[in-house]
Design a protein around this ligand. Structure first.
Ligand code: XMP
Length: 305
């Protein structure tokens, strides 16, 4: 476990030394990693920092409004890039290709925004598990392995690169960030795209977004999982109002974990599962059935792709 105050001092110095007089852009997603990065960099370089929130169209329900109000006082730029992301994802079904397409888009948008703001450096909230999973070839995280090499930034600053998630949460506490941010569930960089098997479309994302919101409402407060979410895993037959339909199968996942490297499914009470299934099928017209995933990691991963 890191010594939080020492870590904060060292990170602030590292950011200040690396940035010099340059402007620095960063992706602010509102998750604990990027929020901690933003807070450290604000301490280090004040308004040389330009935090950018990219609305990829792949974010959770209400996320963009939440970020706007949470970071209302920061020098925040909100970029509406949903159409660009959906275009980039059209026709792609391979999970790694999806990640690469999203990673590439992300970087291009930052290059574009950096030019607009005069920023020459990039700050990233990469944490230790992101690095080892990318190096081990398990998957390319959009913020590491998926990064194209012709990047135009002068330098990249990754102050959290040696920390595990629980250590990042401790640093968030040390920085006095709101408890809501400190305890937020991890959310993958490629967003809801990895919670739709196969090709990503606006319609599928709209469905999985609603399902994720219901799962979070049902589970987060009561069971405090490491992560819980819904994924669209395929089509199956159902019957709604006397009509047979070919509808989506939603898989619900709720896991406990220390660092995301291994995970165990939560043994949720049956009535909680039944209520959640009823809500998802009743509130989302295109969903025909709901299943609960009881596979640990390994052998499964936490996300579906
Ligand atoms: P998996 O699915 O590999 O996920 O067991 C482990 C943790 O990482 C998150 N995750 C990602 N985070 N970019 C990210 O920034 C990604 O491409 C990505 N894929 C998975 C996942 O939500 C879990 O917390």
């Amino acid at each position: 476990m890191v010594n939080v105050l020492k870590f904060i001092d060292r990170a602030v110095k590292q950011i200040r030394d690396t940035a010099g007089q340059d402007k620095v852009v960063m992706a602010l997603s509102g998750g604990v990693d990027s929020s901690v990065c933003a807070a450290l960099a604000t301490r280090a370089i004040g308004n040389q920092l330009v935090p950018i929130y990219v609305d990829t169209g792949l974010m959770r329900k209400g996320e963009t409004d939440r970020i706007r109000s949470l970071f209302a006082d920061a020098n925040l730029r909100v970029v509406d890039a949903a159409d660009e992301f959906f275009e980039a994802l059209a026709g792609i079904t391979d999970p790694e290709e999806k990640r690469k397409a999203i990673g590439e888009k992300f970087i291009r948008i930052f290059e574009r925004e950096a030019k607009r703001t005069g920023a020459t450096m990039l700050l990233q909230g990469t944490i230790y598990p992101d690095r080892i999973e990318s190096e081990g070839g398990i998957k390319s995280h959009h913020n590491v392995g998926g990064m194209p090499l012709d990047i135009e930034f002068k330098g990249i600053i990754e102050p959290l690169a040696d920390l595990y998630k629980d250590e990042v949460r401790d640093v968030a506490g040390g920085l006095g960030l709101p408890v809501e941010i400190q305890h937020r569930m991890p959310f993958p960089g490629p967003g809801l795209a990895v919670r739709v098997l196969g090709e990503v479309t606006k319609e599928k994302i709209a469905i999985v977004r609603e399902a994720n919101a219901i799962v979070e409402e049902c589970l987060v407060e009561k069971y405090q999982p490491w992560q819980c979410f819904a994924a669209l895993i395929g089509l199956g037959t159902g019957v709604k109002g006397d009509v047979r339909l070919h509808g989506w199968i939603v898989a619900v996942r709720a896991v406990g974990s220390r660092d995301g490297m291994t995970a165990d499914p939560l043994p949720l009470p049956y009535d909680t599962l039944a209520r959640m299934a009823t809500r998802i099928t009743a509130e989302i017209p295109g969903v025909a059935r709901v299943v609960y995933d009881v596979t640990p990691k390994p052998p499964a991963t936490i996300e579906y792709e």
